[in-house]
Design a binder for this molecule. Sequence first.
Ligand SMILES: CC(=O)N[C@H]1[C@@H](OP(=O)(O)OP(=O)(O)OC[C@H]2O[C@@H](n3ccc(=O)[nH]c3=O)[C@H](O)[C@@H]2O)O[C@H](CO)[C@@H](O)[C@@H]1O
Ligand SMILES: C=C(OP(=O)(O)O)C(=O)O
Length: 423
Amino acid sequence: MVRYRVRGGNALRGTAFIQGAKNAVLPMIGAALLAAEGRTVLRNVPIIEDVRRAVELAEAVGAKVELHETEQTLVIDASRLTNPVLPAEIARRFRGSVLFVPALLHRLGEAVIEGVGGCNLGSRNLDFHYLGYKRLGAVVDEGESVIHVKAAGLTGAPLYLDTPSHTGTENLIMAAALAKGTTVIENAALEPEVLDVIDMLTKMGARISGGGTGFITVEGVDELTAVEHRVMPDRLDAGVFAMAAAITGGEVNLVGASLPHLGVVRWKLEQMGVEFSTDGAVLNVRRDRPLRPINVITDTYPGFATDLQSPIMTVACLADGASYIHERIFDGRFALAGELNKMGANIEIEGSRAVVHGATPLTGTEVTAHDLRSGIALVLAGLAADGETVVSPGYLIDRGHHDLAARMKALGGDVVREISPTT
Ligand SMILES: CC(=O)N[C@H]1[C@@H](OP(=O)(O)OP(=O)(O)OC[C@H]2O[C@@H](n3ccc(=O)[nH]c3=O)[C@H](O)[C@@H]2O)O[C@H](CO)[C@@H](O)[C@@H]1O
Ligand SMILES: C=C(OP(=O)(O)O)C(=O)O
């Protein structure tokens, strides 16, 4: 088992290189499978466990995939897809597996979903996806453990999402891209990753308009071609490095980060006393005054990203006064509070609301990552804690952050990734 060993006390200083976005590259791998000829090239690919799982899954359905780790490049040849089954042993390990369904439907006429994984955040339904496929003409057979989606060609239709689901929007766009006729998706997600996927699909020949407005129109085309695309920067990785500077009272230069994509996260950190400035393309983040408490309400983009709610909860432990956090996207995202309390925090949870009573000094101990973002939030806690913090399972952190220990170490953070001798 992988674990992270963190010793606190160092203010982080220096340059951090922000990785390509996990939540953009995964749908892009799904999109690459829509191209029946030629090889797709994806650049700025984060070398994370979810990408490795996506490569395994693409190979399981018949694609030929090369992951060039040093070059952070994926080359995908999907000219011969052979198998519509998304095997449980791979698909259950990451949420992005759901993004392979549209390509399997178009290319093989069916997709067999033996399970979908991802962070354990409470209920994570896929009903918007299945309802959308049905409205486009697919038959969805929801068995107890296996879901079978079949379609002899899809036809455009008006679609809607009850809430703007991120992967739901991406999947319905991909399903509509090769359907006959026009599809309009109402209440579509506005996340920058969705727009990056639309950019890639547009290069591939898809006809998509309205990205970023909440109403997306897709005119179906007969085929999509393989293209080269550079994955956008990961705004969640950038947010974590900004918060690492914030919690340690340091100063970091982020290369490859987009300040506009941080959105409300930037303004909330500023309210806490963190300063942001840009020098050309480099984003500077520093904190040299006491942290102030904060109110955070998570929301779909452009609201405060739920994936950064856990890291900011950790930062709030060091702010002088009560911080209020309202989690509106996932009903099971507060397991972190118990772990932070083990380190000396004072966090009360009531339903979807948390009150963080700060400032409480943190003390290192053994803690459990319940999901990717609680894992990285505990690494941040370790950076600010007295003594040593051991976070496991580290696999969850490796799902989403590329070479984390080395990038923290380059900033002076004492973070070691190790393989535990016991399980
Ligand atoms: C691989 C990827 O991109 N993962 C991201 C994606 O997850 P994901 O796409 O799974 O998240 P969604 O936007 O779909 O889910 C948001 C909410 O809608 C609900 N819902 C969603 C779909 C559905 O068919 N029915 C339904 O009820 C979910 O249970 C959840 O409460 O967006 C989340 C919210 O920004 C992020 O935390 C994840 O990092
Ligand atoms: C919830 C997350 O990921 P996934 O949707 O892949 O489980 C996340 O990245 O925090």
